[in-house]
Design a protein around this ligand. Sequence first.
Ligand SMILES: Nc1nc2c(ncn2[C@@H]2O[C@H](COP(=O)(O)OP(=O)(O)OP(=O)(O)O)[C@@H](O)[C@H]2O)c(=O)[nH]1
Ligand SMILES: [Mg+2]
Length: 408
Amino acid sequence: MTEDEKKKIILQWREKDLQKCLYEKDFMSLAKSKIESWKNELVNVAVLGRTGVGKSRFINAIRDCQSEKESDYAPTGSTETTSTPKAYPHPRNKLLQLWDLPGIGTKNFPRKDYIRHEKIRFYSYDIYIIMASDRFTEDEVFFAEKLDESGKVFIFVRSRVDINLDGVDDMEAEVNKIRKDCEEIVKTSTVKSKDVYLISSKLVDHRYLDFPKLIERLVEKSSGLKKEAVMYSLQYNTKKMINGKAGALESRLVWTGLKAAFGAAILVPDLSLTVDYRSISSEMEFYRKTLGITDSDLQDLAKITGKTVDVLKHEYKLQTFDIFKITTKDVTELGMQFAPYLKHISMSEALESTVKSLPVISSALGFGISFATAYCFLRSNLHLMLEDARTMFDILLKETGSEILYIN
Ligand SMILES: Nc1nc2c(ncn2[C@@H]2O[C@H](COP(=O)(O)OP(=O)(O)OP(=O)(O)O)[C@@H](O)[C@H]2O)c(=O)[nH]1
Ligand SMILES: [Mg+2]
């Protein structure tokens, strides 16, 4: 890092944010909740549609559950298969639940009774995927309108498109034709959200289809903590997903910095220039998993592209794979590097007195330095990790043309 870069980082140290946080009564609980609350958020995604349209197979695809032998594989089949609603928890987050609902319009679940059917609990989900494997009909539109009326969020999905594209020369033209066909009836409806996503659960990375956009849409359509839960849990990267994660992770920086500084003040009250490096280390691990830059992600990319891990690291200048095991020394050394610049920042009197009033903190400046150290350390590493995540995505795009990367 150049001197100028260091200076830039330190000048971006947001005293205002720090001040705002410290004025909160119980700022450590607040910091913890800002960082972790999304983990307690229940998100129910319902997959709706007539029998046989591919609901169960989609639920497997989105969780990357590929084999019938896996215990949480949603059974699929060419005859009516799902006869009672069943929740499939996401492997990365058990509270993100994909609901496999029985097909609409069967003997047991006729369309006219579907909404009122006590087993279905129709209005109890957060997001709805309304799926059809052929042209959309009045059935799908009927349910969409009901959901729209009650302010529920839904997404139209046309499934099994790979079957339509089998043996077709001009796939792009065929996809456009199917899209137009699907949108025809949807356009005549009163619903606000008229986009239809064309997918294949068999080939999620099909270059003419919309699985990547559907993943992005699921995040966009969620809000608040549920949005964080969906974004951090779905194990797919697209360009937009990486950008979204970048923003979300950046906004945690001030809280994690605070947690690390305060944690250190409790652990070693007399040492001013220190941070709780366990908080830092676990945050870095979270970045790595969220951004899809773990060792196994790199191994997978090597397999997909037919290159070795070392070639990928060097040819594409990946920067963060060998720095994962950080030590207290690394963090303190960085703190030392930033220390000279910290004197350029004047801590306001108000902030100084707030910090001084905290029981375990003996030195306001020491706490400020700890905070800045943690903040800068995380910030600079996050930026490097983001570069790696983007590079890995670009490698995939360049080598395979795919716009979606499964991450571990
Ligand atoms: N080629 C291809 N086949 C698919 C796709 N999605 C589903 N199928 C097949 O279509 C059939 C029906 O899929 P399911 O996922 O069982 O359909 P469902 O909507 O859950 O059906 P019910 O449970 O009866 O309501 C199965 O044989 C699946 O393997 C796809 O994207 N591509
Ligand atoms: Mg099913």
